[in-house]
Design a protein around this ligand. Sequence first.
Ligand code: G3P
Length: 213
Amino acid sequence: LDSADINEIKELCKTNLIDGITTNPSLIAKSGGNILDVIKEICGLVRGPVSAEVTATDHKAMMMEAEKLLNLAENVTIKVPLTSDGLLTCKELSKNNVSVNVTLCFSASQAILAAKAGATFISPFVGRLDDIGQSGLDLIYDIVEIYNNYNYKTQVLVASIRGVNHVIESAKIGADVVTIPTKTFKEMFNHPLTDKGLKAFLSDWQDTGQSIL
Ligand code: G3P
């Protein structure tokens, strides 16, 4: 899930279908909580990676912030922006076996640099590219192709998802992960024919007067 809303995360973790959480400074601000408290609580709600983004822009301060965030829980993944300082930080953290999610990726050239910097995850923002009339999914296709060509281990984590179609098309392309807003995650369950079919099954079943228990 792409969220820092504790209540939303608690609700959807009950589905047992959530592998991890991504946050960013805007989502933390929206949560109204202190980043250290919010990330620590989220890390206790899911077993998988929880992306916590540094807010510094220079390498030295990024490393200091990363150390503080990593001390919160075992499943913290450090999120850094795709800048030269962000990739310097990614390289140093990944050399120390720290999980790093390189975010704000908008081109295949940026994705190549992130893989060379040892990123665990690369986060291309499909929705924001669509918003300016480009094809976010074409970028996913290009990155997956390039990473496969060189057997890069960096996982493609599709971000800035705007609807179920982004999830489906990313999966068809072969992206490793999608980070999904709660609204879209809930929409994934829904189809009118499922509702209609279940209603008909239960109506026919009721007519039998039977009970399984
Ligand atoms: O969290 C990173 C990304 O998912 C942000 O998405 O909707 O703000 O473009 P959005």
